[in-house]
Design a protein around this ligand. Structure first.
Ligand SMILES: O=C(CO)COP(=O)(O)O
Length: 259
């Protein structure tokens, strides 16, 4: 079973819709120049909500080989939830992916595994693929509990999601201490946890589901370290923050197989 690597750029709270236009145009050109092959990796951008319509229009008009998604989704369908954005709104904009449970939301917005699970289900219900984030803080790693912690999160985040849906979704392992710090986990660190997650999916479901689910690594991924990380058997992609804000760098990450 071969899994197409998924290289997703999480822009976080950066770039307004005008800046988004330039970045997506530049990215389209950079990918073309780099000989991007969508059979070898999937390019995805995850802009702020306010940019999605603009990004969608541009990708559509220029037929760019780039998928897009959102950084969050409401666990509710509609109604009196000020500030929330629903799954229907996102799917109507053509979003293919929705990031759920990013460590920044878990930390600054107190998101629990129960909420992350509800959001993942909402994305699926609306025909989008959740990218479920997990990963440990520095103290947890220092205590040697990173595998246990991360696998525990994933088990809770997948609760009640059937095998055929799990096979299609994406899990992103992002050790918190490696996010935005320039401190990358080694390729072996990434492999250790990604393998443990796949093993957990196999135990919870079955071997075909575990073989199919795509597991990304995230945390200070750069053009210089992406190839080594991607060479690991259980790493199927990258969730990229800072380096996804530069078209040239993100294009190199997406086309890591050229290195
Ligand atoms: O959190 C991340 C992506 O979701 C990783 O961010 P950086 O690539 O900036 O470390």
């Amino acid at each position: 079973m071969s899994r197409t690597p998924i290289m997703a750029g999480n822009w976080k709270m950066n770039l307004d819709h005008v800046a988004a236009t330039s970045l997506v145009q530049d990215l389209g050109e950079a990918l073309k120049a780099a000989g991007y092959d969508s059979a070898k990796s999937e390019a995805v951008v995850i802009p702020p909500f306010t940019d999605i319509r603009t990004v969608a229009t541009l990708i559509d008009a220029d037929k760019l080989p780039i998928a897009y998604g959102a950084q969050d989704i409401s666990a509710h369908d509609d109604g009196a939830y000020t500030g929330e954005v629903s799954g229907t709104m996102l799917s109507k904009l053509g979003c293919s992916y929705v990031v759920v449970g990013h460590s920044e939301r878990r930390e600054y917005h107190n998101e629990s595994d129960e909420l992350v699970n509800a959001k993942a289900k909402k994305a699926i219900e609306n025909g989008m693929t959740p990218i479920i984030c997990c990963g440990e803080a520095l103290e947890v790693r220092k205590a040697g509990k990173h595998v246990e912690h991360t696998v525990g999160q994933i088990k809770a985040d997948l609760d009640g999601i059937p095998a055929e849906q799990v096979a299609k979704l994406v899990i992103a392992y992002e050790p918190i201490w490696a996010i935005g710090t320039g401190e990358t986990a080694t390729a072996d660190d990434a492999q250790e946890v990604c393998q443990a997650i796949r093993e957990a999916v196999k135990e919870l479901y079955d071997a075909p589901t575990a073989e199919a689910v795509r597991i990304q690594y995230g945390g200070s991924v750069k053009p210089a370290n992406v190839a080594e990380i991607m060479a690991k058997p259980d790493v199927d992609g990258a969730l990229v923050g800072g380096a996804s804000l530069k078209a040239g760098d993100f294009s190199k990450i997406v086309t890591f197989y050229e290195a």
